[in-house]
Ligand binder design. Structure first.
Ligand code: GDP
Ligand code: MG
Length: 296
């Protein structure tokens, strides 16, 4: 008998801000910010994690629109969700058990249920509620989403996480391993972040400071539990005149670089980012071989 075929799939994470999507994915994937890749099929998407198990792989995608507060349940939002659900193999709906289900939750649940896309719904943060309250929340979630695909979860403690994986794994079909196992460690987070900052600096300065720009990551901390990454970085140039261009009047240029880079980093890592960016002169850095080596 030959082995069963490898299975894989993309899973969209759906849920209001703060329900615990990032925490849950980090828990599922077993590592904070596990993703890093420029895989052609996935570049512009918000990949928040890759789960590898023997025989299958799940790639979790964050929805762009859902990063923002979920006030306006506009048609546009509906279109974004619909389009995403068409592209993915399954959805992971995340709800917060510590609050009554609100308009945003119902909206998401309804769109998913009506789309016919396979899904698992995680009622998260059960560590914060009594069994009685939980029973009530489960019942109201089941009204919209049905009983079978509903899992009680504490992303923080790890409860229910295996059940989520088990549920999602049944939605996968034969497919490639989109990301080689361990790929995330090939490119350290630092160099990815440096590259994204450099890209923004080049975009903003165009031909004025061409290749004299390097980026040093001074520190990069993931604040546990907060789904926040704090980064301190320096843009390094060769001359004072270049520094002046990069800082701009009243710091305008460096601010623009920082904002652009922060958005990119957040989009790719699916976490909030605090980025402190400074500009520094390091004369003739390009001729300093040991320095150049350290940059890579
Ligand atoms: P997202 O906006 O949906 O990605 O939510 P986050 O993953 O950023 O989580 C929002 C907040 O809820 C953070 O402070 C988490 O630590 C917290 N949180 C997430 N999951 C749980 C959980 O299962 N229990 C508790 N008590 N807090 C949680
Ligand atoms: Mg998040």
């Amino acid at each position: 008998m030959s082995d069963p075929p490898f299975r894989s799939g993309f899973v969209a994470l759906l849920g209001r801000p703060n329900v615990g999507k990032s925490t849950l994915v980090n828990r599922l994937v077993g590592r904070k910010v596990s993703i890093v890749s420029d895989h052609p099929q996935t570049t512009r998407r918000r990949i928040s994690g890759v789960l590898n198990r023997p025989g299958y792989q799940i790639v979790f995608l964050d929805l762009p629109g859902f990063q923002k507060p979920f006030d306006s349940l506009t048609r546009r939002m509906q279109a974004v969700v619909d389009a995403t659900l068409e592209e993915v193999d399954a959805a992971l709906v995340v709800l917060n058990a510590a609050e009554p289900l609100g308009g945003g939750d119902h909206f998401i649940a309804r769109v998913v249920a009506e789309s016919g896309t396979p899904f698992v719904a995680a009622l998260n943060k059960i560590d914060l509620v009594s069994p009685t309250v939980l029973a009530g929340r489960l019942a109201s979630a089941a009204e919209v989403l049905g009983q079978d695909r509903l899992v009680s979860v504490s992303a923080l403690r790890g409860d229910g996480v295996d059940a989520v994986v088990a549920g999602l794994s049944t939605t996968l079909s034969e497919g490639p391993m989109y990301f080689p196992e361990g790929e995330s460690s090939d490119q350290p987070l630092e160099s990815l972040v440096a590259e994204l900052i450099r890209e923004q600096a080049l975009a903003v300065t165009r031909d004025e400071v061409p290749h004299a720009i390097a980026v040093e990551i001074e520190s990069l901390h993931e604040r546990p539990g907060a789904a926040l990454i704090e980064i301190e970085a320096r843009i390094v140039v060769e001359h004072e005149s270049q520094k002046a261009i990069l800082i701009g009047k009243g710091g305008r240029v460096v601010k623009r670089i920082g904002t652009g880079a922060r958005r990119e980093i957040e989009a790719i890592l699916g976490a909030r980012v605090y980025l402190a960016l400074r500009v520094k002169v390091r004369r003739r850095w390009r001729r300093d071989e040991s320095y150049v080596e350290r940059l890579l």
